[in-house]
Design a protein around this ligand. Structure first.
Ligand code: SAH
Length: 601
């Protein structure tokens, strides 16, 4: 990614917000999407890490390979180092909340200035205000609080370290933490308690849980009313959010009794009472559950959105990826009747292109001229085809005069994005439906209901016109643009047609570290196919689930994890790897979501 013209890369200090991935700013997301390097604090929400450019180098400064804590001075140096290592690159420094609110973003920025590295600050939504908001507590309210004050409950003059490796699962669920060495830091707090106690506004303490007993006592000694309402909000805005109410005089004992843990904010003042009426964040059926969805990204978004709306934290972990097959000469476009397998090209026939796609050494774009009808059977096929067409220096004019067929509405819509209207879409949106439709036209059968043509105004019409049929006299002039895993249904119905493999589907064999960690701490894995199960097992064989003690690891790897499965085949694949399984009644996502909710409620 090239953006600035200087010799060094540009560093973006980005606020990730308090936890809910929806609270990342649009600017933050767009920088992450183009980042070459992402330097993130331990446990920035995996859903936010999922927004990062998949090719970005991901650097977790909360845990380096040696398991050493990374000191702030080392992080500062690292940013400068990356700026030098990636001239003209984009380096994203992703921090919880807002980078300039107790985030040490200022220190990092000073170091960058000193090293003459260009930088930009992308503010984030600070937990100080958003976490109370998610608990229904407005930080200011007419007649109750006319100001609010954000105070650190922890101070150290020396280096603060980032989280250690001994965090619990719940702590891992959140992106921010309190310093581990906070046993009793009262001697380190140099707050002006007299001034704070006199503040009439709302008091908001960050990083204050470990010191709260001391802070509360000092405030009362300085005249603050012991009955001042107070709330601890733990893991705010995440599926694990919890609010615990107390008063200044009961603060210390409440933390112990309720086991309030970091990260949490403490809010004090009359506004806290409003939280009893305004707490709007409902406890949803899947609140507090982390689910791994193993579908391909595009398919996953539907089920992910639904599980998220039901309160779950969803980690999308597709177990397959698609890769374009770049045509280079004509031998890759092979008539179907030649009976040649269209599986993944043999290694010796392909070379890796710079984009990571597999390039066939032998396909010629000029072959396109030999076809009158192009049939697309997936959105992936459409995307790969047009990407390759443009990459070859050509454009849609190559398709002038050709008929276009699509397997269904979604593929039709995708074609429209490229400025192409479909001539043929079967009513039955399957390969068989498309095959039958084209077969019927070839056979000059009349189709009344299964064919759509368009009138001059572009409005889809049902029925066929004889002129359309005449355009398609020759079956050998039909080109099917498909993925390597497409079944032979279309080819069987159109044996004279030619299939062109425009993309390949490959198993994901490795997960990035941050994803492995997220998977390790998941409550359950959602599988929609046996191949997803097999690929998942292969890619996570070194992951020890947190819910699984050492003794319960089976030879197969993950054993005590729970798997939600679509279909009996998927279920038995998951079972064979030692998963406890819950299977949907029907083979639909609706049925699976219903089953997941039933399981947890
Ligand atoms: N820059 C961050 C604050 C970093 S200090 C911001 O603007 O939010 C870390 C402290 O922030 C934690 O100890 C905790 O007090 C608070 N905090 C951050 N995220 C939180 C969350 N999701 N829920 C509760 N407290 C949170």
């Amino acid at each position: 990614m090239k953006e600035n013209s200087g010799k060094k890369g540009k560093v973006y200090l980005i606020g990730a917000g308090p936890g809910d991935p929806g609270l990342l700013t649009l600017r933050g997301k767009s920088v992450l999407e183009k980042a070459d390097v992402v330097v993130y604090d331990r446990l920035v929400s995996p859903a936010i890490l999922g927004f990062c450019n998949p090719k970005a180098r991901m650097v977790d400064v909360g845990k380096m390979p040696t398991h050493h804590k990374v000191k702030q001075s080392e992080i500062n140096k690292l940013l400068v180092q990356f700026a030098e290592e990636y001239p003209e690159g984009v380096i994203a420094r992703l921090k919880g909340g807002d980078p300039f609110v107790f985030g040490r973003g200022g220190e990092e920025a000073l170091e960058l200035v000193a090293a003459d590295v260009e930088f930009e600050v992308v503010p984030g939504i600070t937990s100080a205000i958003s976490v109370p908001a998610y608990a229904g507590i407005p930080v200011s309210h007419r007649g109750i609080a006319t100001s609010f004050h954000i105070i650190t409950g922890h101070e150290r003059s020396d280096e603060r370290t980032l989280a250690g490796s001994l965090q619990t699962r719940d702590e891992r669920a959140c992106q921010v933490f309190e310093p581990a060495e906070m046993s009793c830091a009262s001697d380190r707090l140099s707050l002006d308690f007299e001034a704070i106690a006199r503040c009439p506004g709302t008091l908001i303490f960050l990083m204050g849980i470990a010191n709260m007993d001391f802070i509360a006592r000092r405030l009362m000694e300085c005249g603050k009313d012991p009955k001042t309402p107070l709330a601890f909000i733990e893991k705010g805005t995440t599926p694990y959010q919890r609010t615990v109410m107390a008063t200044l005089e009961t603060a210390g004992e409440t933390i112990i009794r309720e086991n309030v843990t970091a990260p949490a904010i403490t809010i004090m003042g009359g506004v806290v009472e409003l939280g009893k009426t305004l707490a709007w964040k409902k406890n949803l059926p899947l609140s507090g559950k982390r689910l791994v969805v193993t579908r391909a990204a595009k398919q996953a978004s539907g089920i992910s959105a639904r599980l998220t709306a039901l309160g779950a934290e969803v980690i999308e972990t597709p177990m397959i990826e698609t890769r374009d097959v770049i045509p280079a000469s004509s031998s890759d476009v092979i008539p179907a009747q030649a009976g040649i397998s269209f599986a993944s090209p043999e290694k010796q026939n392909v070379v890796a292109s710079p984009e990571g796609a597999w390039q066939s050494t032998s396909v010629d774009w000029n072959t396109l001229a030999n076809f009158d009808l192009l049939a697309f059977t997936s959105t992936n096929g459409v995307e790969s085809f047009f990407k390759q067409l443009l990459a070859s220096g050509r454009d849609i004019r190559e398709l002038a005069g050709k008929k276009i067929a699509s397997v269904g509405k979604i593929t039709e819509k995708k074609l429209l994005e490229y400025g192409i209207r479909c001539d043929y879409v079967p009513e039955d949106h399957t390969g068989e439906g498309l095959g039958m439709l084209l077969r019927s036209i070839l056979d000059e059968r009349t189709l009344v209901n299964s064919l759509q043509t368009r009138d001059e105004s572009g409005i889809a019409l049902s029925g066929t016109r004889s002129a359309e049929s005449k355009d398609l006299l020759d079956e050998s002039r039909i080109l099917l643009l498909q993925g390597n895993l497409a079944d032979d249904t279309l080819l069987k119905l159109l044996p004279g047609a030619t299939r062109w493999v425009v993309y390949e589907t490959l198993p994901v064999t490795e997960l990035p570290e941050w994803k492995k960690e997220a998977v390790e701490n998941a409550d359950a894995i959602v599988f929609a196919s046996t191949s997803a199960v097999e690929n998942f097992i292969a890619a996570t064989s070194d992951v020890i689930p947190a819910t699984c003690a050492e003794h319960c690891r089976s030879e197969a790897g993950i054993s005590s994890h729970l798997a939600f499965c679509i279909g009996r085949m998927t279920e038995s694949a998951a079972k064979s790897h030692g998963f406890e399984t819950v299977t949907s009644d029907e083979t639909t996502m609706d049925s699976l979501v219903k089953k997941i909710v039933e399981y947890y409620t």
